[in-house]
Write a protein that binds this ligand. Structure first.
Ligand code: XMP
Length: 514
């Protein structure tokens, strides 16, 4: 496995992970490495091809991210994108300088269809441009294969050497035929076979885990989220009853969520594993009593979680392996190169338990992007509802209740949130919105119900669309749907007499309230 590999060299561009994901979508495995990575290390990986990403620098500036000329002389095909394209030209003797006209956005590009990079691509095609510099003069040996109104060298290649440079970004969806271009690079230029398939990955991984674990004992902290669920099922398929999953119900989950997790992973569910549910609600509520500051709440929830988990682990005794649901973006974001030993606690707020007695960590999803984890989940037969769950923060409703958390407030926000989610699903919007939930504001206001005065809490509905969760836009939910939710929440949830819809984008807001 993993014989066929493309290496993505990162120059700090915002789309580096996207480049890797698109290559994986072509069924070719690829990994991201920093531009500082030693050439010998890259050569030793024997990649079928190399892709240089975009980046914020000007390649001719002092101290700019760069690469050695030898990178282009290894006999391995190289595709440079945006900054990567400019760098290729710069290093090989072309001229890159500030462009007379800056290009930004969707631009029509005219391509030379005889280039293998552009086969099955329209002659005039819309591409995403974002550059201040441009290639004024190509490097010797290259021929120009695309141009725009303002950019005479939008692509160039030296076919015999396997070197390709494109000024635009084929990895973003705004480049309408970008996927075809990347597909052409990995198949036609690099000669990949497309061996990276999730069914094969799943099968091979299960076998490898089985061999590694032998007759050992395995412990897994299960949150019910996508990553830990997929990791747990993989382990269950590999070693069955040697696996114990500990599920800590901290009382800050959505309505019925604890029972739903138990229904899937507990003794009446389909998986062969030992399931331990710890109902620690009261412990968490009492630690959170009187605490209002968001980071303080996060810290308490994280610490308490680790403590509960450790206590359960002690009851189980020494184990050989601890399972972590780390995924590839965690590895990349914590320092490029994939070598750093990152360990993301499934809860990702408290870190790794100190006192759990184990010999080794197993991270079965360490090489996968989120959408690949979901595909593995489907391969493993995990219910779709669980596989396509929207993100839910580790501290749960603790950060969706502004101010002090109490059992009563949790119950209120759970009910309101359940109604909101039900109505969103009924309106057929559940698959189109990135993340949506109800949060309890700390505001009480006067209302009237029947003939009685009320003085109750206000709930805020939030719904955002986002690509990367770093920025987000408010989702436009039809007014009639919002009105129905408002009606139901006020009629059905005791303690709430007002409903707001949060219009704030991120930035300046965040997605969560705390
Ligand atoms: P914000 O609120 O920072 O959220 O815009 C961005 C994404 O991160 C999730 N989030 C968290 N996830 N622990 C988590 O596991 C946390 O403490 C936490 N805070 C925010 C949030 O749900 C959104 O998807």
């Amino acid at each position: 496995m993993n014989k066929e590999k493309i290496v993505v060299i990162d120059f700090g561009g915002q789309y580096n992970q996207l480049v890797a994901r698109r290559v994986r979508e072509c069924h070719v495995y690829c990994e991201i490495y920093s531009y500082k990575t030693d050439l010998a290390q890259i050569r030793a990986m024997n990649p079928k091809g190399i892709i240089l990403t975009g980046g914020p620098d000007s390649c001719y500036a002092k101290g700019a991210a760069s690469c050695k000329k030898e990178l282009f002389e290894m006999g391995i095909p190289v595709l440079g994108l945006c900054y990567g394209a400019q760098l290729m030209m710069h290093v090989l003797g072309g001229c890159v300088c500030k462009a007379p006209v800056r290009e930004y956005g969707k631009i029509e590009v005219t391509v030379d269809k005889t280039s293998s990079l552009f086969s099955n691509v329209s002659e005039k095609t819309i591409c995403w441009m974002s550059h201040n510099d441009y290639i004024e003069e190509k490097a010797p040996g290259f021929r120009v294969t695309a141009h725009t109104m303002d950019c005479p060298i939008a692509a160039a290649e030296w076919k015999e050497k396997g070197l390709f440079a494109i000024q635009f970004h084929p990895e973003v969806l705004h480049t309408q035929e970008g996927f075809q271009m990347l597909h052409n690079f990995v198949y036609q230029v690099c000669g990949c076979l497309g061996e990276w398939k999730m069914d094969a990955f799943t099968e091979t991984s299960i076998k490898a885990i089985r061999e590694k674990v032998g007759s050992g004992k395995v412990l897994c902290a299960l949150s019910g989220g996508v990553d830990s669920s997929v990791a747990a099922v993989m382990l269950s398929k590999a070693v069955g009853g040697q696996l114990t999953c500990v599920f800590v119900d901290h009382g800050l989950l959505r309505k019925n969520e604890g029972d739903e997790v138990e229904a899937v992973f507990g003794p009446s569910g389909p998986y062969d594993l030992n399931f331990v549910r710890v109902n620690a609600q009261e412990r968490f509520y009492s630690r959170l009593k009187g605490v209002e500051e968001p980071e303080e709440k996060r810290k308490i929830i994280g610490e308490e979680f680790i403590r509960v988990f450790e206590e359960e682990a002690k009851k189980i005794g020494a184990v050989d392996f601890l399972v972590q649901g780390t995924i590839y973006p965690d590895v990349v974001e914590s320092g490029l190169g994939g070598e750093s030993a990152v360990i993301k606690s499934h809860h990702n707020v408290g870190g790794l338990p100190d006192y759990v007695d184990f010999k080794e960590i197993i991270e079965p999803l360490r090489d996968l992007f989120k959408d690949e984890v979901r595909q593995v989940g489907l391969e493993l037969g995990i219910p779709e509802k669980l596989v396509f769950r929207q993100p839910f923060p580790g501290p749960g409703l603790g950060i969706r209740i502004v101010g002090e958390v109490t059992g009563e407030k949790v119950a209120m926000v759970q009910e309101a949130d359940a109604i909101y989610r039900e109505e969103i699903a009924k309106a057929g919007l559940d698959k189109t919105i990135g993340q949506y939930f109800a949060a309890l504001t700390n505001m009480r206001s006067v209302g009237v119900m029947g003939d009685e005065r009320t003085y109750d809490y206000a709930v805020a509905l939030r719904a955002v669309n986002t690509v990367d969760f770093m920025t987000a836009e408010v989702a436009e939910i039809p007014f009639a749907v919002l009105a129905r939710v408002m009606n139901r929440v006020i009629n059905e949830v005791k303690g709430i007499n007002r409903v707001f819809y949060d219009l704030t984008s991120k930035p300046p807001g965040t997605i969560e309230f705390e």
